[in-house]
Design a protein around this ligand. Structure first.
Ligand SMILES: *[C@@H]1O[C@H](CO)[C@@H](O)[C@H](O)[C@H]1NC(C)=O
Ligand SMILES: *[C@@H]1O[C@H](CO)[C@@H](O)[C@H](O)[C@H]1NC(C)=O
Ligand SMILES: *[C@@H]1O[C@H](CO)[C@@H](O)[C@H](O)[C@H]1NC(C)=O
Ligand SMILES: *[C@@H]1O[C@H](CO)[C@@H](O)[C@H](O)[C@H]1NC(C)=O
Ligand SMILES: *[C@@H]1O[C@H](CO)[C@@H](O)[C@H](O)[C@H]1NC(C)=O
Length: 422
């Protein structure tokens, strides 16, 4: 196992194609897997302090998001994981995975160890996004458990230098007691190659059912609301691996259509407790008139008439407009060509495995060093976490990856463009 990891890191590019896989049965390769997360502390003393203060409770940490960053040259490629602080005991809320699978604090441990007492650091990170300008966007919800210990903040790091290059502290007018900003989606529209000025970030809030829009260039933000950001009570019950639990989360999964200069760009989204998919033209969201009135006009968002057969958490769209999303039951990753009707007849299985693909909470399209796209997925046994039955004697968390051309080689998702409707 470690030999495989070393081989990958020596080659330092094309993770999915060089990685031999850990014997996964699905069509995605398992890049990393854990029964329980283990952390690197700056010193044994720091570890003991974390244990004493219950900042570190072994077995409590549940990763929910992943992203990967390929680098050329001598610098190693890196895998990022986000570990939200649903409650105490998570020593590091955003880290990279080292060669032995341990989590190393990003950008360093000082950002993580003042839990709720230093709002310059990070309180609780649900999801991250890496953009084409080599920036890592970090959405810090500012909460530990249900308590708002710091204002929510959106951070961006330069992945070349690991320096903080942008911080937007969310103003109190843009969140309420229940708000949980969890999923950032970055919209960069270069005026010329390499231009990163025109950047907006759309952030899903699955707990008070809103969307935060951050206009990075002007450092302005507004919160928008719409009834389709809400959960559906009839879809708030889940069954995974025979275990039943309820979650009434609203908007969570989001993905952006590819950028074509001069053309509109669309944000697809859905609630966790839902089987519907919706889409909004980003030009509606980018209008700062929402600073005065947050409610989006009721007809500005389109909900597709057909539905999934079960719920979905995360989703992502590749450069050709093909969406990948996790499916709760049966546990699988499906693809759908957004140029075709949103309908189960156009959903095709990328990978299915009732053990390894139980809850896909992180789904990303990553560009490797050869310019090829890869699909990265983080899955967890969420039902065991929800019901307090996580145990360290079985694998609970996995990171999967595969190259998109390999995934699509025999997939109808690739060729269904011809069936484009209207
Ligand atoms: C607060 O956090 C920042 C950044 O993480 C760190 O540089 C600083 O030393 C911390 N301040 C205190 C008083 O701990
Ligand atoms: C990141 O840092 C590198 C090296 O200093 C610099 O060339 C690059 O422009 C920076 N990128 C951004 C987005 O700030
Ligand atoms: C920030 O919030 C306060 C009240 O919550 C409001 O009065 C103020 O106008 C807001 N500032 C901005 C820049 O939106
Ligand atoms: C949710 O509850 C309904 C009604 O009890 C039941 O028919 C359905 O199978 C449940 N769905 C899941 C995913 O457990
Ligand atoms: C922004 O929204 C307002 C109110 O709906 C509308 O009057 C205005 O034309 C919009 N601006 C743009 C640039 O679309």
């Amino acid at each position: 196992m470690s030999q495989g990891i070393e081989r990958f890191f020596l080659l330092s590019y094309c993770l999915a194609c060089c990685w031999p896989g850990l014997g996964a049965k699905s069509d995605l390769r398992v890049v990393r897997q854990w029964a329980e997360l283990d952390f690197v502390f700056p010193s044994e003393e720091a570890k003991q302090i974390a244990i004493q203060k219950r900042y570190y409770v072994p077995g409590n940490s549940v990763p929910i998001d992943v992203d990967a960053h390929y680098r050329k040259g001598p610098d190693q490629s890196r895998i990022f994981v986000a570990i939200p602080r649903f409650s105490e005991g998570r020593p590091i809320t955003l880290g990279t995975v080292d060669e032995s699978g341990r989590i190393v604090a990003y950008p360093d441990y000082s950002w993580h160890d003042n839990q709720g007492t230093n709002c310059t650091g990070m309180s609780s990170v649900f999801r991250v996004a890496i953009d084409e300008c080599q920036r890592l966007w970090v959405m810090d919800a500012g909460k530990i458990g249900g308590k708002q210990v710091c204002p929510p903040q959106l951070l961006a790091f330069n992945l070349t230098t690991d320096q903080l290059i942008y911080r937007h502290v969310v103003n109190s007018s843009n969140y309420v007691e229940n708000t949980q900003y969890i999923t950032p989606i970055v919209d960069v529209r270069p005026r010329e190659p390499g231009d990163c000025t025109d950047t907006y970030v759309y952030v899903a809030d699955g707990s008070s059912f809103s969307l935060l829009v951050v206009d990075v260039a002007r450092n302005q933000a507004w919160r928008t609301t719409h009834r389709l950001f809400y959960p559906f009570p009839s879809r708030g019950n889940f069954t995974i691996d025979g275990v039943r639990f309820d979650v009434m989360d609203g908007v969570l999964g989001m993905a952006l259509s590819p950028y074509h200069p001069g053309r509109d760009r669309f944000l697809y989204f859905h609630s966790l407790a839902a089987t519907t998919e919706n889409v909004v033209n980003t030009k509606v969201l980018r209008n700062n008139s929402y600073i005065r009135a947050p409610s989006i006009a009721s007809d500005a968002i389109y909900v597709f008439p057909k539905e999934r057969s079960s719920q979905s958490a995360a989703e992502a769209i590749d450069r050709n407009g093909i969406m990948y999303f996790g499916h709760m039951d049966p546990p699988s990753i499906l693809c759908w060509n957004t140029a075709t009707e949103f309908s189960s007849k156009n959903f095709h299985t990328v990978a299915a495995d009732k053990e390894t693909l139980q809850f896909a909470s992180g789904v990303k399209i990553v560009l490797n060093a050869r310019g090829e796209e890869e699909l990265w997925v983080l899955t967890s046994s969420l039902q065991r976490f929800m019901t307090g039955t996580l145990s360290s004697d079985r694998i609970n968390f996995r990171i999967h990856a595969e190259k998109v051309p390999t995934i699509l080689a025999n997939s109808p998702c690739k060729n269904s463009r011809n069936c484009r409707k209207g």
